[in-house]
Design a protein around this ligand. Structure first.
Ligand code: PLP
Length: 448
């Protein structure tokens, strides 16, 4: 029995599970999507919460600029560029023989400062928020201060009395570890078995305690949670449930809006925006999608992308069981080269909160991720880690003939699709060591 039903009963009620269990690539468009105005209150967070988070990052900007000189030219704002990728779009269209009207862009979170992945949004935000809360409470700081004063022995000593713990497949640990250690915190990162060696080495070089686990991500998170619960001075960053992480990600949308405006890209009912977001536990893509819906309303369509071996969010939302089921419960192994997405059980918060706001979900196999990895490098010169390529399949999926019902539901005529903008969220890659990247590329070129 799985969550109250036999496998036969599951296949009967949720026929897509057959292909999912066989590890075939699937695309599922969610017919439960509701207008943003109606569904946004489901989330339990508001535009004011995002504004508050954004103002907090602004307060920290002088500190960030000082500690991470690569952010100084942009005033200590941790943001990534967008880039039109016409050659990649053309190559994808030829590779699959699919017409791809509209324009494809990449959002290069791969090149976010400090930790080179989307986790530089949520992870760093939550560490900063925690630091601010402690310092305000102690009377060491007021909100109108110049926060570069945190770069002092006094503050580092104050924070060194506190601990931060997190469970991670790698990138979240990297973001929290680096930011936490720079502020002076004692940071422990519980790494799952799929975490890359270079990430552990890098963290240790920052003085972060890395605990290796033979089990997967969910187990690493659980150990971290339990250890932290026993220590009142330890703050556990809960990737499965944290509202602060979620808000850190959500800020991306207002920044993207400005970038699109600067590039003269119009987003409205006549010019829809499709955004394809690689999904692990769901906090990153969920937070970004929340921000996008607040910012662009029904003009934006958010789609989540997962590996065929780790389709936890699709499984949770499609079965309605959310975090009560794992991919392993259905015999799916959670073993993938997309290490940032190697998550077997989704966030209990995101799937439920965003149930009526996400247009669809699809899975991609590892071979395809490597193929896109090599292709993106060949035609655009952009190097990404395997996880970051999951979104690149999105435009092909949404514009495939099989999804005509979905497109009609939203009144997407061929004229409207000609004017559409598609963004694949390229979630990581710039910090991957060269030898490792060369190995990824060699593998991808072989498949290509
Ligand atoms: C973590 C991660 C994601 C997905 O974010 P979740 O919050 O786990 O859903 C996507 N890409 C990369 C590279 C990541 O590290």
């Amino acid at each position: 029995m799985i969550a109250g039903k036999t496998i036969e009963q599951w296949l009967e009620s949720n026929p897509l599970l057959g292909d999912l269990i066989k590890l075939k690539e699937v695309t599922w468009c969610n017919d439960g999507v509701a207008p943003a105005a109606e569904a946004l209150p489901d989330v339990g967070l508001t535009a004011d919460d995002v504004k508050d988070a954004s103002a907090r990052l602004q307060r920290f900007a002088p500190y960030i600029a000082r500690k991470f000189p690569e952010t100084e030219p942009v005033g200590g704002v941790i943001e990534s560029p967008i880039r039109g990728v016409p050659f990649l779009q053309d190559a994808l269209s030829k590779l699959k023989g699919t017409e791809l009207p509209g324009l494809l862009w990449l959002k290069l979170d791969s090149h976010l400062p400090i930790s080179g992945s989307i986790k530089a949004r949520g992870g760093i935000y939550e560490v900063l928020k925690h630091a601010e809360t402690l310092a305000l409470k102690e009377g060491l700081l007021v909100e109108t201060d110049d926060y570069s004063k945190l770069d002092s022995d006094e503050f580092r000593e104050f924070f060194s009395a506190y601990k931060i713990a997190v469970g991670s497949t790698g990138n979240l640990g990297l973001s929290i570890g680096i930011m936490g250690a720079v502020l002076g915190f004692n940071v422990t990162v519980h790494m799952s078995s799929d975490a890359r060696e270079w990430k552990k080495t890098k963290l240790r070089s920052h003085g972060v305690k890395v605990v290796e686990h033979a089990a997967d991500y969910s187990a690493a998170v659980e150990v971290g949670r339990q250890e932290a619960a026993a220590d009142p001075k330890c703050h556990f960053i809960d990737d499965e449930n944290s509202r602060n992480l979620f808000l850190g990600y959500a800020i991306a949308a207002e920044r993207l809006k400005k970038q699109l405006e600067a590039s003269q890209v119009v987003v409205d009912a006549e010019h829809p925006l499709f955004v394809y977001l690689p999904c692990g536990v769901g906090g990153g893509p969920g937070g970004v999608a929340f921000g996008l819906k607040l910012t662009f309303g029904d003009a934006v369509h958010c789609v989540f992308a997962e590996p065929t071996h780790s389709p936890c969010m699709l499984l949770g939302v499609y079965t309605g069981k959310h975090d009560a089921v794992s991919v392993q419960d259905f015999g799916i192994d959670n073993i993938t080269a997309a290490d940032g997405l190697a998550v077997g059980r989704p966030s209990g918060f995101v799937g439920k909160a965003m149930r009526r706001l996400i247009d669809g979900y699809y899975t991609v196999n590892d071979e395809e991720l490597y193929r896109f990895l090599a292709l993106t490098e060949r035609v655009e010169g952009i190097r990404l880690e395997p996880s970051a390529l999951a979104g690149v399949a999105g435009m092909l999926r949404i514009l495939a003939p099989e999804q005509s019902t979905y497109r009609q539901r939203f009144g997407m005529s061929s004229e409207i699709l000609e004017r559409a903008t598609h963004i694949a969220w390229a979630t990581g890659g710039s910090m991957v060591p060269e030898a490792e990247m060369d190995a990824y590329l060699a593998k991808g070129r072989e498949i290509l």
